[in-house]
Design a binder for this molecule. Structure first.
Ligand code: ASP
Length: 354
């Protein structure tokens, strides 16, 4: 090789190595959009903040140990799935006919491998089964009994469906059923019907991103209904530039392919992640009649947490290594989010959390 060619080749190798140089890890989590202030007692708020902090610490410990973004996302989500205050795993909402049907997905940004499960009723930690689908099968999504049979085949124990039941979720369903019977529209209740879904996005020390989401879906959903969370590109997506986990009225996230729509702007149009996320979550989805929020993270560690509901359980640990948790939109902790931008604002950078 001529000396000049050799130099160029070495420079290219250096650049490639630099793009995977150690970077400060970042973890962002959500515990669902649609928080209604009057619904939260001080004790409940304290419990939510403690659980969010525990999930952050659990995921961040993986990143600090040099483990992958996928490991961090799984670890953070397992904590929230096991906590009955969130609509994922134990504490999931009930379907119209009184069952708990769980959806989850995980995606590794660098390889763009993904795994998902939909409509499972006997899996304690659906995020772990979604990960097993990604790592141990040639498929992306398994549903219902087939997913549960796969779990058994890899030695993952099944739980009795009663494991997921909490009295609070049961009462939420009873209220929704009464409203159904009275012919009342659920419109005012939509935010209450979809809150508590959990998700995480992470950037590991190798500069790789991952995203994951886990949910019981929406209270009073028809059996067999599958939301956006396990649909790759809708509620969950990651590539090497961007990772997103959504929470909100799932049908709108599917129709806008929300998570993918955010990442494509970042990857292909080099739109800053805050603006890309705000356009989809605070403009496109509300314009169709939907609502909700998302967490988004780019490969430089920039975070976006747009939402258009009263609040959103959210937390993050950035390069400072300090966990932050916020709930309401008006929290004066440096994490407050401006109101949804109007179309006229769309060229401005949307400043929100971190
Ligand atoms: N997006 C979820 C669904 O529609 C619900 C939520 O995020 O709370 O299933």
């Amino acid at each position: 090789m001529k000396p000049r060619r050799l130099l160029l080749a070495l420079a290219a190798l250096g650049a490639a190595a630099m793009s995977h140089a150690a970077v400060p890890p970042v973890l962002v989590i959500h515990g669902g959009a649609g928080v209604i202030k009057r619904d939260l007692t001080p004790a409940k708020e304290k419990a939510i903040r403690a659980a969010m902090t525990k999930a952050l610490q659990s995921g961040y410990a993986e990143l600090k140990a040099g483990k992958s973004a996928v490991d961090a996302v799984s670890a953070a989500i397992v904590v929230l799935e096991d906590d009955p205050d969130f609509n994922a795993g134990k504490g999931a909402v009930f379907t119209h006919d009184g069952r708990n049907e769980l959806d989850a997905a995980i995606m590794d940004g660098d390889s763009r491998r993904a795994g998902a499960v939909a409509g499972v009723e006997r899996i304690r930690n659906p995020i772990l089964l979604a990960r097993a689908v990604m790592e141990k099968t040639p498929y992306v999504m398994l549903s219902g009994h087939g997913a549960e049979a796969f779990a058994q085949s890899i030695g993952m124990p099944l739980v009795d469906p009663s494991y997921f039941r909490t009295e609070e979720r049961w009462q939420q369903l009873q209220k929704a059923l009464k409203e159904d019977a009275a012919g009342k529209s659920h419109e005012d209740e939509e935010t209450a019907k979809h809150f508590g879904t959990v998700g995480a996005v992470a950037l590991d020390a190798q500069g790789h991103l991952a995203a994951g989401t886990s949910t019981g879906g929406m209270t009073d959903k028809r059996w067999g209904r599958i939301g956006d969370s396990p649909i790759i590109g809708a509620g969950t997506y990651a590539n090497s530039d961007c990772a997103v986990s959504g929470t909100g009225w799932g049908e709108y996230y599917i129709r806008t392919v929300a998570a993918h729509a955010i990442c494509m702007q970042v990857s292909q149009m080099r739109v800053p992640i805050k603006r890309a996320a705000a356009v989809v979550i605070n403009q496109e989805i509300p314009a169709l009649g939907g609502n909700g929020g998302a967490i988004a993270l780019d490969a430089h560690g920039n975070i976006a947490i747009p939402f258009n509901t009263d609040g959103m359980y959210r937390g993050w640990i950035d390069a400072s290594g300090v966990p932050h948790v916020a709930i309401y939109g008006d929290e004066d902790d440096g994490s407050s989010v401006p109101p949804a931008p109007t179309p006229a604002d769309s060229t401005d950078d949307a400043d929100d959390d971190p």
